[in-house]
Design a protein around this ligand. Structure first.
Ligand code: MTE
Length: 308
């Protein structure tokens, strides 16, 4: 896995285009975040820091936007920053269906209307044993689920990413069974730590991080945090998920961060903090990525070696 620090987001996108788009999206966010303020749209998303944030220092914007996994744009960590600028994120709508009272195709602006945006600084642990600290802007998924009305038979939430091979070069080959799919049990989806993120570092989401809207579930391996979501379905049955479909022995449905359950091909006991240098940043991995106090009760009675 090459670790590249030479590319930045602004290197791959003309600066003017990058700024104007971000201002546009961030402005919409600012109005949503502070509807009583009125006045002109602000240049950044005004969102108070949530008490659910970690005190750890965030990684740099450069780390967060230049070292990514987003296979729709290629396999290399530098590919998303290089290729994701092509993705058109406006207009954007999300299909919400299955066991909900108000199914439909929701325009992103409708979806965000009234959403209580906050800054959530979360530890983020990838299954490949690297980690970062990321200052997301987002709102609790439970807020959206309450709005669309979850029906009593629903037990899981399924998510899908956009399929658009014209703009997503990785989708021109069958490296994964597109669309990228993820899923949560309903109680995991309703947990206050689970957010839909629309930005980071106080600005609209960079394309390589999953613009315009992605999931973040901080106690699970990073691949559960699906990017560029176009569909959310409430289901009775456990949904299929991309990495589990790809290799069920290596990637379970739950994929909770667990230093005591190794990946069949490598240890999960420690992780490399991106930006800390190749060897300098190695730290012990914490159970549930350090969020055990908040989430352990979700798995009471489950064998986490079996339900990995
Ligand atoms: N979502 C989609 N649609 N496609 C992907 O390839 N990669 C996952 C996850 N979400 C991925 C995705 C993986 S493996 C990780 S570690 C995180 O996104 C990386 O998020 P980041 O690039 O914002 O750090």
């Amino acid at each position: 896995m090459p670790f590249k620090t030479d590319l930045t987001w602004s290197d791959v996108t003309p600066k003017a285009q990058w700024m104007s788009r971000r201002k546009l999206l961030a402005g919409a966010g600012a109005l949503i975040a502070a509807p009583t303020l009125g006045g002109p749209a602000l240049a950044s998303i005004q969102a108070a820091k949530s008490a659910l944030s970690t005190d750890e220092a965030p990684n740099s914007l450069e780390d967060i936007t230049s070292y990514n996994n987003f296979y729709e744009f290629g396999l290399d960590k530098a590919d998303p920053a290089r290729n994701a600028g092509q993705l058109t994120t406006d207009p954007w709508s999300v299909q919400i269906d299955g066991l909900v009272d108000k199914p439909g195709s929701y325009d992103l602006a409708d979806l965000l209307a009234g959403a209580p945006l906050e800054e959530r600084i979360y530890r983020f642990r990838c299954v490949e044993a690297w980690s970062m600290v990321i200052p997301w802007i987002g709102f609790e998924l439970s807020h959206l689920l309450a709005r669309v009305g979850v029906q009593s038979g629903a037990r899981y939430v399924a998510f899908e990413t956009l399929v658009r091979p014209e703009e997503m070069p990785g989708q021109r080959s069958a490296i994964l069974d597109w669309p990228y799919r993820e899923g949560l049990r309903l109680d995991e989806a309703m947990h206050p730590l689970t957010i839909l993120a629309t930005g980071l570092y106080g600005e609209a989401m960079p394309n390589q991080n999953g613009a315009p809207i992605r999931l973040v579930v901080p106690w699970k391996y990073g691949f559960k945090s699906i990017k560029s979501i176009v569909r959310i379905s409430l289901t009775a049955e456990q949904p299929q998920t991309t990495w589990n479909m790809q290799n069920a022995r290596e990637y379970g449905f739950y994929s909770n961060v667990n230093p005591t359950v190794d990946h069949p091909r490598w240890s999960q006991a420690s992780e490399r903090r991106v930006g800390g240098g190749l060897f300098a940043g190695r730290v012990d991995t914490q159970m549930f990525n350090g969020y055990a106090d908040q989430v352990v009760q979700l798995y009471a009675g489950q064998d986490l070696a079996k339900d990995f």
